[in-house]
Design a protein around this ligand. Structure first.
Ligand code: GLN
Length: 478
């Protein structure tokens, strides 16, 4: 039976005709079927994926040049537009909406020969940390179906975890790729803000959102990044810095590592995870790394700052879903336009999305703007300055990805503020725009995996990936 290891191995097997893309797609379709109770996918593009596999097999047989992602089976989070396919952001308000163009990242995947197998479940409009906020039902963690997979890109994490696809694309506004990667035991990469075009990504908070990658190995994430990163005329926030060949990079291993004292002393951090993290720091020091503890007095401000700014941006971004231009429109009798908006939005948006629109509208309202929004912007600026200074001295910053392992379904669903605290280590990277990754280095005695989060200076993905790959390889060999 087919067993996926890396894209490189897969390509080698295709080249010697040990496998065909069609056999592989068949394998993934049966896996998706077998694990349908996990709700990883909202829709599977079965026939289309199979047809594309057959076309790619024919191309190979003719000796034609092959793309970097030839035959790679990819799942996409249901916030990425794929022309002529439905996209809903896991929301009732976009039910039956069909994308009229493809996201630039999707175009780039396709132009390098990838096969898109389906759209993956997530928290509604990417708001959440447990994937329980989906209008299509919660996603379950494949390692323990009583537990959450994390969110908001939970379906995409489970896709890679349970071999329902080879790699997947998610989006990360405050941790939505890294946190589910941590809970599911896979690699989750959020590149720098501006590395990948957001054109065709349904916006949650535009100055934070970034497309991210789930994979089993750092090497595969590097290859996918290399394909989807780079300048795009459709998104002026994308950097025009050249895209390095991340998968071929021979950047020297960074040796100067920092961590924040406050991440370790944080009262919410699981004690066993704390001990493992401390042991890990020592093992890095033994292998010749400089690892310094840094004061980060702003840690307790990052979650409030994140939620003020992202909800403000969301209240503006989501105003286009009004029952007139897009998606769901109320069928109830209405007397005026305002009522049409109110009823359509009340019926179409779930509870968490409504809460955030209200919160965002509140922090932007005339009497409170300076007290909340302006203040939060000031904190963000301070964080940016602090980060620039930090990375003038260090190359990599490490922390646990999340303070606990995957929690039980329903455990935090009724207490949003508890859920928000799970984002304590991840939102910082989005506030300052730096790249960050979660790599599955650890296992808890409760049986669940957990990750190491590593971050580097803006656009220093090569450094980050070199460090992460070496840590994963070291763990495999130990
Ligand atoms: N859990 C965070 C939130 O609910 C992150 C979401 C995300 O990155 N899309 O906002």
């Amino acid at each position: 039976m087919f067993r996926f290891t890396t894209i490189k191995d897969y390509h080698a097997a295709l080249q010697v005709n040990q496998l065909s893309c069609a056999q592989v797609v068949d394998f993934y379709l049966s896996q998706i079927q077998k694990h349908s109770d996990l709700h990883s996918f909202i829709e599977v593009f079965s026939e289309e994926a199979m047809q594309r596999a057959l076309d790619l097999d024919a191309l190979r047989a003719q000796g034609k040049p092959l793309g970097k992602l030839h035959g790679v089976v990819v799942g996409i989070k249901d916030v990425l537009c794929y022309k002529d396919h439905q996209v809903s952001a896991a929301s009732k308000i976009l039910e039956n909406y069909t994308a009229i163009y493809s996201a630039s990242a999707i175009e780039k995947l396709l132009s390098e020969g990838a096969i898109i197998i389906g759209r993956q479940n997530c928290d509604e409009f990417a708001m959440g940390s447990s994937n329980e906020n989906s209008a299509f039902g919660a996603v379950k963690n494949g390692l323990d179906p009583n537990k959450v997979p994390g969110g908001s890109s939970g379906g995409s994490a489970v896709g890679v975890q349970m071999d329902l696809c080879m790699v997947s694309l998610g989006s990360d506004t405050g941790g939505s790729v890294r946190q589910p990667a941590d809970f599911c035991g896979v690699v989750g990469l959020k590149p720098s803000y501006g590395r990948i075009s957001r054109y065709g990504l349904i916006a949650y908070a535009s100055s934070f959102d970034q497309i991210g990658i789930f994979s089993k190995t750092v090497e595969d994430a590097s290859l996918v990044l290399e394909v989807i990163a780079g300048k795009d005329d459709m998104d002026s926030t994308v950097s025009d810095l050249p895209v390095p060949a991340y998968s071929q990079s021979n950047t020297p291993l960074p040796k100067r590592v920092a961590y924040f004292k406050e991440t370790i002393s944080h009262p919410g951090l699981d004690p066993e995870m704390k001990n493992k993290f401390i042991d890990y720091i020592q093992s890095l020091q033994h292998s010749g790394y400089t690892v310094d503890a840094i004061d980060f007095s702003l840690l307790s401000f990052v979650v409030p700052t994140y939620y003020v700014l992202t909800t403000a941006e969301a209240s503006s971004n989501l105003s286009r879903f009004d029952g007139v231009k897009f998606g769901h429109r109320t069928k109830q009798p209405i007397s005026d336009l305002t009522e049409l908006y109110k009823l359509s939005r009340t019926e179409g948006f779930g509870e968490e999305v409504q809460r955030r629109i209200l919160l965002g509208t509140f922090v932007l309202s005339a009497g409170y703007f300076d007290a909340y929004f302006t203040k939060a912007q000031q904190v963000r600026k301070q964080l940016v300055n602090f980060t620039e200074e930090l990375f003038s001295k260090y190359e990599v910053l490490i922390s646990p990805t999340v303070p606990s392992t995957a929690f039980r379904l329903g455990e935090h669903h009724q207490t949003p503020s508890q859920m928000f605290l799970a984002d304590i280590y991840t939102v910082y990277a989005n506030l300052v725009g730096i790249p960050a990754i979660s790599i599955p280095l650890f296992k808890h005695s409760n049986g669940m995996p957990f990750g190491l989060q590593a971050m580097s200076a803006t656009f220093q993905e090569e450094t980050l990936l070199a460090f992460s790959a070496s840590q994963m390889n070291q763990q495999l060999s130990s």
